[in-house]
Design a protein around this ligand. Structure first.
Ligand SMILES: [Fe+2]
Ligand SMILES: [Fe+2]
Length: 404
């Protein structure tokens, strides 16, 4: 296998030495180059292309945001990471569009290795150069919400309590309100009003809370932007309904808690790519949706013709870079074409595929192209006999599912 090339940029010699030590243990996989300024980095990049660039945020003369923007313009297919300290949080907004992932300083070998590897695996999985170029060209890519990273970080500690997670959520009043609304919704059917956030987190579970925080904060990043508010609201409703339906399907299969959580998360995020493409060019996107409805061409096909990639690919690509679990990334990537899976068994992909299709009023029996339940796939994984039961359970959720 060819070695991949990664460029590290940091003005502090000590940090560079530390990174050099870390990367020495990965030298069979990665060829690393270390430079101390943005200018030197661009000179290196102009000489030979890199697969990934990992840059410090605060540097004299050219900071990380400027550097990665320049890298994006020169070599859009290069994966771009910011290695940031705690104090850089308020600068992160400046990196939107140019940065794929933030790594916290000090960076541990495992984190660095898995982030680089995951990026690489995804590059292979979603390898088409057209997709990478399409994603890299998009200017308004959302960034991984810091609240989510904080939750992931806290949950790494096995002693982390639900009270701790509840207090993190409480810092965001609108997320707190959404969580209470969710736990009190018909979907959970508790039969009494829960008004305490800690109780809500206990009830939902930390994984659900984490996914909710992630998708809520992502949607927030698009508010007040170019996407019409009505479309944003419709997509949020659809995403939430698909998440609830996905979890219901997984629980009917008596899937593990982990698989149920993955199904919920993937359901919430399955159309993330639609937000990204719609924000890129709202008028063109509305046109594609109308054309798909009118002419019966699958939306994915029209998106690919316009943007070079479709929403499922774009969303999955970003989620993969953010380090979401592979089953979630797979479910998002293949929710319109589940037969392309490498693992023909019930998975989050199955739940999201059926949940999404069921959320389209015309899913059965004469579905519109691109949104039908794929019976060949369900038969291949031995689930065709369960479809009817799933559909009626989803209908009984009464989520008023509508389709974007
Ligand atoms: Fe979709
Ligand atoms: Fe969808």
């Amino acid at each position: 296998m060819d070695k991949k090339r990664v460029l590290f940029v940091d003005d502090e010699p000590m940090v560079l030495r530390m990174l050099e030590r870390l990367m020495r243990t990965l030298r069979d996989e990665w060829e690393s180059v270390f430079v101390d300024s943005g200018r030197a980095a661009l000179a290196e990049i102009d000489r030979t292309p890199f697969d990934a660039v990992v840059s410090d945020m605060r540097m004299p003369s050219m900071d990380g945001a400027e550097l990665l923007t320049a890298v994006m313009e020169r070599q859009p297919r290069t994966i771009r990471f910011i290695l940031s300290g705690h104090a850089d949080r308020n600068l992160i907004g400046r990196c939107i569009g140019a940065t794929h992932q933030f790594l916290a300083k000090p960076c541990e070998l495992e984190t660095l290795r898995s982030s680089l590897r995951r990026a690489l695996t995804l590059q292979n999985l979603l390898q088409q150069p057209a997709l990478q170029t399409a994603v890299a060209r998009i200017r308004a890519l959302p960034v991984l919400p810091t609240l989510y990273s904080e939750m992931v970080e806290r949950l790494r500690n096995p002693r982390c309590t639900t009270l701790e997670i509840a207090s993190l959520v409480a810092r965001d009043p609108s997320l707190a309100a959404q969580s209470l609304k969710l736990v009190n919704s018909a979907f959970f059917g508790i039969g009494r009003e829960i008004s305490d956030l800690h109780e809500a987190v206990n009830y939902l579970g930390v994984e659900t809370m984490k996914s909710l925080a992630l998708s809520f904060r992502i949607f927030e990043q698009f508010q007040g932007g170019p996407i019409p508010a009505a479309l944003l609201e419709r997509l949020w409703q659809h995403s939430f309904a698909t998440a609830a339906a996905s979890r219901t399907i997984a629980s009917l299969r008596e899937a593990t808690r982990k698989l149920q959580d993955e199904s919920f998360t993937a359901g919430l995020l399955h159309d993330l790519g639609k937000l990204i493409l719609a924000a890129e060019d709202p008028a063109a996107y509305a046109g594609l949706e109308a054309e798909s409805h009118r002419g019966g061409t699958p939306l994915c096909q029209l998106e690919t013709a316009r943007f070079g990639a479709h929403h499922a690919e774009v969303g999955a690509y970003l989620l993969g870079l953010w380090g979401l679990p592979t089953p979630v990334v797979e479910a998002v990537a293949l929710h319109h074409e589940p037969l392309r899976t490498a693992a023909p068994e019930f998975a989050a992909l199955t739940a999201v595929h059926v949940a999404n299709a069921s959320s389209h009023p015309d899913a059965l029996p004469t579905p519109s192209p691109g949104n039908k339940v794929d019976l060949v796939y369900l038969t291949a994984i031995g689930c065709d006999g369960e479809l009817e039961g799933w559909m009626s359970a989803v209908r009984n959720l009464g989520l008023g599912i509508n389709s974007p």
